[in-house]
Design a protein around this ligand. Structure first.
Ligand code: PLP
Length: 361
């Protein structure tokens, strides 16, 4: 069997080792089923149990109130960019967007195909190195919803306080920080996240939606694009991503065993603080995001030259620290330290940073 290295990639990303081991055991034959989890029918009692347990574990972990439905969908966050306005933006209405990076800009672009969009705040003129302050946000009084990106994976920025949205439902793209900390689900009309960053493998999108919003889905929408139809179908309107839901269930169980989201948040704060302390230590490394906006999931930094950035990523990969190059649109370096990143991975990266500075600084 191959040696595991430390995977700092932004996504698909590191998964908890005990989860991978359990999946490996079930891959040939699921206990009691006599066949692989990859082979069972999505209408079998085995999958009934997997689906019910995944939803129960998610509700327990995040404290999802009875008012909200949990949907297991496909198409990634990129399909949610379109589905959110298709379902929630009525003809003649306006949707507000807080523009904090490339992903929120893509969400805006899809919404503009459907209806009117009002940018309620944007930090684009500062190259997205921070999220907006409360006094910079101007929400329309009658916004159909307000859309935010809770963690900006590419720039390494993260919201700490939720924006005030009056009576308009708050919608969040939580792809890269879902369940890295407690989520006040009752404050959101809708939350969506592709699983491949903090929840499981690619191919599954988790949507948590206030049941009251389902009435907005227009009857003319194609079934596979309608939250109402998908909710009525209990995430089984068509064949769902069986394996990805199974693995999500294992990750949720693992998170609960770690102590839940409060414990996870404290752990992630600690891990991020260790890395930022190293970034700030001498001035050789420079953090990309402004301090108050720094992400606890994606730590972005730069070296004095782009040549050194490239060298850092290459030499780190050679010693088993993989995926540290920044996003292709911004360059620099990025260490993604999702829930499943072991402490030893962060320790190894800090040690490598110190060694690299000694030899190249
Ligand atoms: C990765 C990412 C996306 C894109 O997700 P897909 O599942 O590839 O569509 C969108 N938003 C954020 C914040 C992301 O990190």
């Amino acid at each position: 069997m191959g040696e595991r290295i430390y995977n700092f990639s932004a996504g698909p990303a590191v998964l908890p080792e005990p989860v991978l081991e359990e999946a490996q055991r079930d891959l040939l034959a699921l206990p009691d089923a006599g066949m692989s989890v990859l082979e069972i029918s999505h209408r079998s009692r085995h999958f009934d149990a997997i689906l019910a347990e995944a939803e129960r574990a998610l509700r327990d972990l995040a404290g999802v109130p009875a008012s909200h439905r949990v949907l297991f969908l496909q198409g990634g966050a990129s399909l949610q960019f379109a589905m959110v306005p298709m379902n929630l933006l009525p003809a003649g209405g306006t949707a507000d967007y807080l523009v904090t990076g490339v992903w929120s800009r893509k969400a805006v672009k899809e919404a503009e195909r459907i209806g009117r969009v009002h940018p309620a705040a944007s930090t684009e003129s500062e190259r997205f190195v921070r999220v907006p302050r409360a006094d910079e946000i101007a929400v329309s009084p009658d916004a159909a919803y307000v859309h935010m990106t809770s963690n900006n994976t590419i720039y390494g920025t993260q919201w700490t306080n939720l924006p005030e949205t009056g009576s308009s439902p708050l919608v969040s793209d939580m792809c890269s920080d879902i369940f890295s900390r407690p989520v006040p689900v009752e404050r959101f009309g809708l939350i969506y996240a592709g699983a491949q960053k903090n929840l499981g493998p690619a191919g599954l999108t988790v949507v948590i939606v206030d049941e009251a919003l389902l009435a907005r889905s227009p009857d003319v929408l194609p079934s596979m694009l309608s939250y109402r139809v998908l909710a009525d179908g209990g995430s089984r309107y068509n064949t769902p991503p069986v394996f990805a839901i199974y693995l999500l269930g294992l990750v949720l169980k693992w998170l609960a065993a770690q102590g839940g989201l409060e414990v996870m948040a404290a752990h992630n704060d600690r891990q991020a603080a260790r890395l930022y302390a190293e970034v700030d230590r001498t001035g050789f490394y420079r953090g990309v995001a402004e301090r108050e906006s720094r992400s606890r999931m994606n730590v972005t930094f730069r070296l004095p030259t782009t040549d050194l950035d490239g060298r850092f990523a290459r030499e780190a990969a050679e010693v088993g620290l993989d995926g540290l190059a920044g996003h292709r649109t911004v360059g620099g370096l990025r260490a993604s330290i999702y829930n499943a990143m072991p402490d030893a991975g962060v320790a190894a990266l800090v040690e490598f940073m110190q060694e690299f500075e000694r030899t190249h600084g």
